[in-house]
Structures are given as structure tokens and as C-alpha cells.
Design a protein around this ligand. Structure first.
Ligand SMILES: Nc1ncnc2c1ncn2[C@@H]1O[C@H](COP(=O)(O)OP(=O)(O)OP(=O)(O)O)[C@@H](O)[C@H]1O
Ligand SMILES: [Mg+2]
Length: 462
């Protein structure tokens, strides 16, 4: 029931709160106790002062005895001396400690309104005050008041008891609060741990309670998203494997079929060489497919080397466009290229050539005679923008979001002549992105397609 984290958090809270509480309580206790003690002393002094006031008016035997009788009935004791310290009357028996106080008081130092002369309530049996009887500005005698310190001790003990009870209740409440608090924090953490354990055991989806808006809620949200992503990835992988086996099966069926036909006796040499040619084409297709898949796998593992160098972008464009120009002219396609000559790009020329060739090759495949394909390059302060557009058949809107996906083709039936594997754009996107760039497509059915590649500029070579 107690896990390590909640115990740790709980202990930490508890110790902190306990320290703070002890500190506050001890201040409160000391203040309260001092106040009570002072109150008792003030009381005692006021009483002594009242007696001395009365005696200042009537300093005679009757009044003296009157005062003594009054105090013999109270909790206090009074001792009245003359100016030289000789005891005239007393209300209670005088014990040694009282005598000591009376003897050792420097009566000349006592102000007219009296003074507390013994306040060590913890050590002594009495606290004491002295109120001088001043007649015509001369000390005629002293009223010593004594209060048993048992009284004060009782008050302080009572206070201590109350504090002990309050302290005890506070500690229990603290423990409960800390317990609930630490559970509140650790419970979602435990749920998250369980969820991640399940994820690693192979369960695809976990739903975590995500109604919290704090950091724990965010963590739970991230994990739910992660599990969704994981599920999506697994689904994608399965679909990908299914399409690969489909892609492989079709050419293999052709190859096997034609090989069977060739091995029959009743076919002519012409037919034989025609079928052999088909087998050769299919094998080449398969080789390309396998090579492309291998490249993509390497890209996924980040082992696909990008060999960046500062090159003149115009030269690269020239090499590529000249390479494809004959094929376009043969198809009677108008080919326009415009590229400023001073652009420096920090790229891998071979990989980028692969990207541009694939896009141009796509454009060629989907553009009919007499139409136009153009390559335009622009640069601004940070980027180089390459736009390759054609006036071809265009891509249906519903296919546009998927055309960078692996093995995705618009025309689903794989015709042997159009021959695409559906990997070209996926590879192109990976390459452009591993250069830190981006690739986007715009297309309108019947009007044409344009691809826009944005790359960072390189450093200028002088
Ligand atoms: N310029 C374009 N005009 C019309 N459709 C296009 C254009 N470029 C690409 N497509 C569509 O996008 C699909 C994906 O292109 P991609 O280059 O990835 O594959 P592919 O050309 O079929 O095969 P590969 O390039 O691997 O030989 C193509 O099958 C095609 O349907
Ligand atoms: Mg292609």
C-alpha cells in the first residue's frame, strides 16, 4: 500500500510541517506563558500598592492589622516592615525564604510605585513585590507581598497540557493530510507506470485519466498520445508489409508464368525472346524495388549517409535537366528551365539529383505531348526554392495527402509499362527532410501538378 515515492514525499512533507509547527507552537507557548506570569506579578504589585496607598493615609496599628487580617484570608501573604526593615505585622507565618527576600532587598532603591523583587518563579517558592509607604517623601515602611509560585506553576502546567493535546491533534491531522496528499500525487504516477508496463508488454492502447490540468495530467496525456502513435505505427507497418508482399507477388507471378511458357515445346523463337524480355524487365523492376526498400530502411535507421558539400546549385540543375531533356523532347514536351547562376547550396549532390530526377520522371510519365514542364529556382536570404511544375493530368484531391507515403500510387493497378513502385516520392521526402528542407505538392486534376522544394542556402564560395 505504501510505495516508495509516496513514503518519501510523505516523510518530507511531514518533517517540514512538523518543524514549522513546532517552531510556531513554541513561540506561541512562550508568549502565552510569559503573559500569564506577568499578569500574576502585575496583580501582586497592584495589591501591594493598594495596601501601601491606604497605609500612607493612615499609618497606624489598626490599619496595619487590618491589612494583615485581609491578606491572611487570601492566597497571598503580606509582610509590613518599618523603614529599617524590622517586621511590624504579617498575615501568614514568615518562612526562611521570605525572610531572605526582606533582608536582601535594598529598600532605598525601590521606586514609590513599587517593584517586583523576586521573579524567579521556577526556582523559588514565592514571587515577591515591595511597595514602599512614602509619607512626606520619606520611606516610613515597606509592604512586601508574597505569592506562592505553585499557582503560577499550575497555570503553566495547564497551558502545557493544552499545548500537548493540540500538538497531538495537529500531528494526527498532519499525518492524515500528508497521507492523502502523497497518495494524490503518487496515484496517477502509479497508473502511468502500469500503463507504460502494459505498453512495453505489447498492448497497443492505454487510456489514462486525463482530466487533470497539471504536469501529471500532461504526462498522462503524452503517454496516451504515445500509445496512439504506437498503435498507428504498428498498423502502418502491417499495411506496409502487406503491400510489399503484394508488390513482390505480381512480378514474381509474371516471371513464373512466362518461364513456364518458355519451357513448353510449342512456342516459336520470336515468342521465346519476347517472353524473355518481359522476364528481364520484371527482374529489373524487382531489383529497383528491393534497392529502394533497402534505402528507405537505411533512412529509417538513420544510417543513410548524407554527404553535404557547398555546390553551385545552377550546375546541378543543368546536369539533371540535360540528362532528362532528350527523353522529354522525344515525347514532344516543352521543357523550360530557369535558375540564377550564383546560388550556393549545402547539399548532397547525388541524393538531390535522385530527388529531382524522380520528380521530373513523374512529370514526364504524367504529361502528354505538346504540354509543358518547367523547373524554376529562386533564392531569398535563407532559402533556395525549386518549383517543378507540369501541365499533366494532375493528382486527384483525395490522393494528394498520401502521395508521399510508401508504395502509394494513384493508379492502383500496377501496369507493367507505367512501372512505378510508388517509392520515389517517399524517398524524395526522406532525402529532402534529412537535409533540413521541406517538400510540398500542389495539383489540380486536368491542369497539372507542381512540387515545391525548399532547401537552406549554403555558404558562399569566393
Ligand atoms: N507529376 C505528377 N502528375 C500526376 N501524378 C503524379 C505526379 N507525380 C506523382 N504522381 C502520382 O504519385 C504516385 C507516387 O509517385 P512516386 O514517384 O512515389 O511513385 P512512382 O512514380 O509510381 O514509382 P517510382 O517513382 O518508385 O518508380 C505516382 O504513382 C503517381 O500516381
Ligand atoms: Mg516516381
Amino acid at each position: 500500500m505504501f510505495n516508495k515515492l509516496s513514503l518519501k514525499i510523505g516523510m518530507l512533507f511531514f518533517v517540514f510541517i512538523l518543524i514549522i509547527e513546532t517552531f510556531l507552537y513554541s513561540i506561541l507557548y512562550t508568549n502565552l506563558a510569559n503573559e500569564r506570569i506577568e499578569e500574576v506579578m502585575d496583580n501582586l504589585l497592584a495589591r501591594g500598592n493598594t495596601h501601601s496607598d491606604v497605609l500612607e493615609e493612615h499609618f497606624n496599628q489598626t490599619t496595619l492589622e487590618h491589612v494583615a487580617i485581609m491578606e491572611s484570608e487570601s492566597d497571598f501573604a503580606v509582610v509590613i516592615t518599618d523603614a529599617s526593615g524590622f517586621v511590624i505585622v504579617h498575615s501568614d507565618p514568615i518562612d526562611e525564604e521570605m525572610l531572605e527576600v526582606i533582608k536582601h532587598t535594598d529598600t532605598h532603591q525601590i521606586p514609590t510605585d513599587g517593584k517586583v523583587i523576586e521573579e524567579r518563579w521556577m526556582e523559588k517558592d514565592y514571587i515577591a513585590t515591595d511597595s514602599p509607604i512614602t509619607i512626606n517623601e520619606e520611606h516610613q515602611g515597606h509592604v512586601f507581598m508574597f505569592a506562592d509560585t505553585d499557582n503560577i506553576k499550575r497555570i503553566v502546567d495547564h497551558l502545557s497540557d493544552q499545548f500537548l493535546i493540540i500538538g497531538f491533534i495537529t500531528i494526527i491531522l498532519t499525518i492524515i493530510t500528508v497521507f492523502i496528499l502523497s497518495r494524490l500525487i503518487t496515484k496517477p504516477l502509479i497508473e502511468i507506470t502500469k500503463a507504460t508496463e502494459q505498453l512495453s508488454k505489447g498492448r497497443n492502447r492505454v487510456e489514462l485519466q486525463t482530466d487533470r490540468s497539471d504536469e501529471l495530467g500532461e504526462l498522462a496525456n503524452s503517454i496516451t498520445t504515445l500509445s496512439n502513435d504506437l498503435e498507428h505505427m504498428k498498423k502502418e507497418r502491417n499495411e506496409f508489409l502487406a503491400s510489399i508482399s503484394h508488390e513482390l507477388r505480381t512480378p514474381l507471378t509474371y516471371i513464373k508464368g512466362y518461364a513456364d511458357i518458355i519451357s513448353r515445346d510449342d512456342i516459336t523463337d520470336d515468342e521465346k525472346s519476347e517472353y524473355l524480355e518481359i522476364i528481364r524487365e520484371e527482374t529489373e523492376q524487382l531489383t529497383v524495388l528491393v534497392r529502394n526498400l533497402f534505402n528507405l530502411a537505411k533512412m529509417d535507421q538513420n544510417t543513410f549517409g548524407i554527404n553535404r558539400q557547398n555546390i553551385e546549385f545552377g550546375k546541378l540543375i543543368y546536369t539533371i535537366t540535360e540528362r532528362i531533356r532528350p527523353a522529354l523532347e522525344e515525347k514532344n514536351i516543352i521543357f523550360l528551365v530557369s535558375c540564377p547562376s550564383n546560388i550556393i547550396a549545402n547539399i548532397d549532390p547525388d541524393r538531390m539529383q535522385q530527388v529531382l530526377l524522380n520528380i521530373l520522371d513523374n512529370a514526364k510519365k504524367h504529361t502528354s505531348e505538346g504540354k509543358r514542364i518547367s523547373v524554376e529556382v529562386y533564392q531569398n536570404k535563407h532559402n533556395i526554392k525549386t518549383i517543378i511544375s507540369d501541365e499533366g493530368e494532375g493528382i486527384p484531391e483525395e490522393d494528394l495527402p498520401y502521395i508521399f507515403e510508401r508504395l502509394y500510387r494513384v493508379e492502383k493497378s500496377r501496369s507493367r509499362l507505367s512501372g512505378g513502385t510508388g517509392l520515389g516520392l517517399a524517398i524524395a521526402k526522406e532525402i529532402v527532410e534529412s537535409h533540413g528542407g521541406s517538400i510540398e505538392v500542389n495539383s489540380k486534376i486536368g491542369e497539372g501538378t507542381s512540387f515545391e522544394i525548399i532547401l537552406q542556402r549554403g555558404e558562399h564560395i569566393e
